[in-house]
Design a protein around this ligand. Structure first.
Ligand SMILES: Cc1cc2nc3c(=O)[nH]c(=O)nc-3n(C[C@H](O)[C@H](O)[C@H](O)COP(=O)(O)O)c2cc1C
Length: 191
């Protein structure tokens, strides 16, 4: 079902970024064409080299290369995608999606895209429970974005509670399920 589908995987600054490597592998195994966009902070948590090797595509982190001036066309990338998955999405990027802030390549591609967008939050339980985070989750849902809820368990901080990013297998299963059901998503088509 994912064969030859074009998927952009956005990765934000969270310890859960290590799970994105497994997610890329699963998507590639399923036959998808995967391009990864790391936020600049995401690149502190997992290297472009790992994700480029696994996705078999260059990884994007910046709008343009300082030395060469070569720039990544966010509009083209947004239109290329059949699906965007942002996993992990941080509280910070979530707030940007909710308000339309567009200060990096990932947020620019998000605003340019016409395809379904899935987000898998990862954060500490108090960040997740915070009213502003919950308001942002509700807000992006009204735009038709699909939230893959975090699970409960041990968190990187050592605390226990809600905020663990869904496992890569769960994210792929969720994606396949929603494709099967072709859920009506505020006018956005899932096939
Ligand atoms: C070790 C460490 C772990 C972090 N984990 C998370 C996290 O799981 N979720 C989150 O929302 N922010 C987390 N942060 C904070 C984000 O990295 C920070 O808000 C950053 O600006 C996010 O940038 P981005 O949204 O552009 O990727 C963490 C920071 C550090 C130093």
């Amino acid at each position: 079902m994912l064969k030859n589908k074009n998927i952009i995987l956005g990765v934000c600054g969270s310890i859960a970024a290590y799970k994105s490597a497994f997610l890329v592998r699963l998507l590639v195994k399923a036959g998808a064409n995967v391009k990864v966009i790391l936020t600049p902070d995401g690149a502190h948590f997992i290297t472009p080299l790992t994700l480029a090797t696994l996705s078999k595509n260059p990884v994007y982190t910046q709008y343009f290369e300082e030395e060469t001036g070569v720039w990544s066309n966010h509009v083209e990338l947004g239109l290329w995608a059949d699906f965007i998955i942002i996993a992990p999405i941080s509280a910070n990027t979530l707030a940007k999606l909710a308000t339309g802030i567009c200060d990096n390549l990932l947020t620019a591609v998000y605003l340019s895209a016409k395809c379904p967008v899935y987000v898998a939050p990862a954060m500490d339980l108090d960040m997740w429970k915070h009213e502003s985070t919950q308001n942002n989750i509700n807000q992006i849902s009204t735009y038709g974005n699909i939230v893959i809820s975090p699970g409960s368990g041990e968190l990187a901080s050592g605390l226990h509670g809600e905020g663990r990013m869904a496992e890569p297998e769960e994210i792929v299963a969720f994606l396949l399920d929603s494709i099967k059901q072709s859920l009506p998503l505020n006018g956005k088509k899932v096939w």
